[in-house]
Design a protein. Structure first.
Length: 538
């Protein structure tokens, strides 16, 4: 079968669209038929593996109903004993890559995910769909990508998930990466970006893909001051000089520092990451192109993508088998861990509903009924304007037990407990939540009640920032790579927790308590600091 480059060379846009983007024309019934067919194939593969024997026992599911009824929901803790050492012998199919992401920090810093060659192909096919949507100018069947288009390398290299992209794409389409893959994988983040800019001045930039927080930081670095003295190997070509001069003229006319959009006119941007919705407007203001959001993860590959109108995300039918746990069921399980939450399929979700995502990997994958830890919202059951007949989603956040910051790090209760202990902070009670500052940047917010007033708010903030970074390299990278110190501390008056507990019988989460509960804690704390009438008289 022809790959993307062959089809582009032939100008066969209809075939390109049907092959890579045709899933948006499926009816809900057709979507569910694909899901069921691929899951039954995956069950057969799993049943022949050690992992499948552990999950199924001697009762291989014969139907989707049996699969959902008898196979347990899983989390990464189940897989860690096998995957931590990258044990291929457990798997339904030998992987082409082992891909990693952050996990708990400390003694469990990484999660590992096996990717078969079939999974890589499906992931790349889905990624191409996102590229086509991002570069088609909102017009169906409009293919603007050309061989040798300049692709700014904003990706984390292997063994991280985004590192698969250039290796998978080489079988489909010939991009020119800035810098080239080998160079990019052997230099650091800052150096890679600067070299990419320098090459972009010489050759131009057509396409950009990366984590949204990284795309934003690159734009910020530009705004902070782009040096016109940067050269490639000590030389500045006429092309680079002219491109930069045009950009400088544009920026002067607008009376501001030069921005990427003054220098380059990109065909498209694809971005992802947990806080993408916070950054998209700023990215567009820096780059002059609306970024198209794709929802993906290390264990789950690409799950969904925005399409022609850059609104809701449409699920891919052939990457994962999709199940959804409603908020109510998730809450029951949170209160009682022994409770087994019921799941829904895509044809059972409701508009406006918020759900915890559960996935089973197709194509010889290893994750089965896997609780990803992500919350998504079904914003509508269709997109009538585009004629899309399947539910549309948007990413909400991580589940309550984890605080995800800019898709860089995941902060757990265990990690924070260790950091507080290492910092020798004598506290009676603490709570951690995710905040958003005035610049739309996420941060870790801790409310702490000390047993005795020993440390100031700023001292605690600096200590925790240091020790969290010592325990978790990805947290440390937030400062070194994105230029941010993503932590704030609020001190609670002594006696706050006792007073709050006397007023409330319900449990309160240590990680991500409700905003109403945080507000009540702060109110109680403030009242405890107000002097009594006797104190005022004295």
């Amino acid at each position: 079968m022809s790959n993307l480059q062959d089809l582009v060379s032939k100008g066969d846009n209809n075939t390109i669209w049907q092959k890579y983007c045709g899933f948006i024309d499926l009816s809900l019934e057709e979507f569910m038929e694909i899901q069921e067919s691929l899951l039954l194939e995956q069950i057969e593969q799993l049943d022949r593996s050690k992992l499948g024997k552990i999950l199924f026992g001697n009762n291989k599911p014969k139907s989707i109903e049996e699969f959902r009824k008898n196979v347990p929901l899983t989390t990464y803790d189940f897989y860690d004993p096998y995957f931590n050492n990258q044990d291929d012998s457990m798997l339904p199919e030998k992987p082409q890559y082992w891909i990693c992401t952050t996990w708990k920090g400390g003694t469990h810093p990484y999660k590992w995910a096996p990717y078969t060659s079939s999974m890589v192909k499906e992931n790349i096919k889905a990624f191409i769909a996102s590229l086509l949507f991002a570069t088609c100018n909102g017009k169906k069947f409009n293919v603007t990508m050309k061989p040798k288009d300049k692709f700014l390398y904003g990706m984390a290299p292997l063994p991280y998930f985004t590192g698969i992209v250039p290796y998978g794409l080489k079988h489909e389409f010939e991009f020119e990466y800035l810098p080239d893959i080998q160079t990019a994988e052997n230099i650091g983040f800052e150096e890679r970006n600067m070299l990419g800019f320098q090459l972009g001045l010489e050759k131009g930039i057509d396409i950009f893909f990366g984590v949204s927080s990284v795309l934003l930081r690159i734009g910020e670095k530009f705004q902070e001051g782009f040096s016109s003295n940067k050269t490639i190997n000590g030389k500045k070509s006429l092309k680079a000089s002219l491109r930069l001069l045009k950009g400088l003229i544009k920026s002067k006319l607008h009376r501001r520092n030069i921005l990427p959009k003054d220098i380059w006119k990109l065909k498209g941007i694809v971005c992802g990451g947990t806080d993408t919705r916070l950054y998209k407007d700023k990215i567009e203001s820096y780059w002059g192109v609306k970024p198209l959001e794709a929802y993906a993860g290390t264990e789950i590959s690409i799950v969904a993508t925005q399409t022609l109108n850059y609104k809701g995300l449409t699920f891919f039918p052939d990457v994962n088998f999709l199940e959804f746990i409603s908020e109510g069921e998730s809450h029951k399980n949170l209160i009682d861990p022994s409770y087994k939450p019921k799941t829904l399929l895509l044809n059972e979700v409701e508009a406006g509903g918020i759900y915890e995502l559960v996935t089973t990997k197709f194509k010889g994958g290893a994750f089965v009924r896997y609780r990803v830890g992500d919350l998504i919202k079904i914003i509508s059951l269709t997109d009538k304007k585009l004629g899309i007949k399947v539910p549309q989603m948007e990413y909400v956040d991580r589940v309550n037990s984890i605080i995800d910051l800019s898709a860089f790090t995941r902060i757990s209760e265990g990690l924070l407990s260790k950091a507080i202990k290492l910092a020798s902070i004598d506290c009676n009670k603490w709570f951690a939540s995710k905040g958003i500052n005035a610049n739309n940047e996420p941060y870790l917010h801790l409310h702490i009640e000390q047993n005795q007033i020993k440390l100031t708010q700023e001292e605690i903030k600096e200590l925790l920032h240091y020790y969290i970074g010592e325990l978790d390299d990805d947290y440390k990278n937030l400062e070194s790579m994105l230029g941010r110190k993503p932590i704030e501390v609020t001190l609670l008056s002594m006696g706050t927790w006792k007073k709050f507990r006397d007023m409330n019988k319900d449990q309160i989460n240590t990680i991500n308590p409700k905003q109403s509960e945080i507000a009540q804690l702060v109110t109680v704390s403030e009242r405890l600091t107000i002097p009594t009438s006797k104190e005022l008289i004295s």
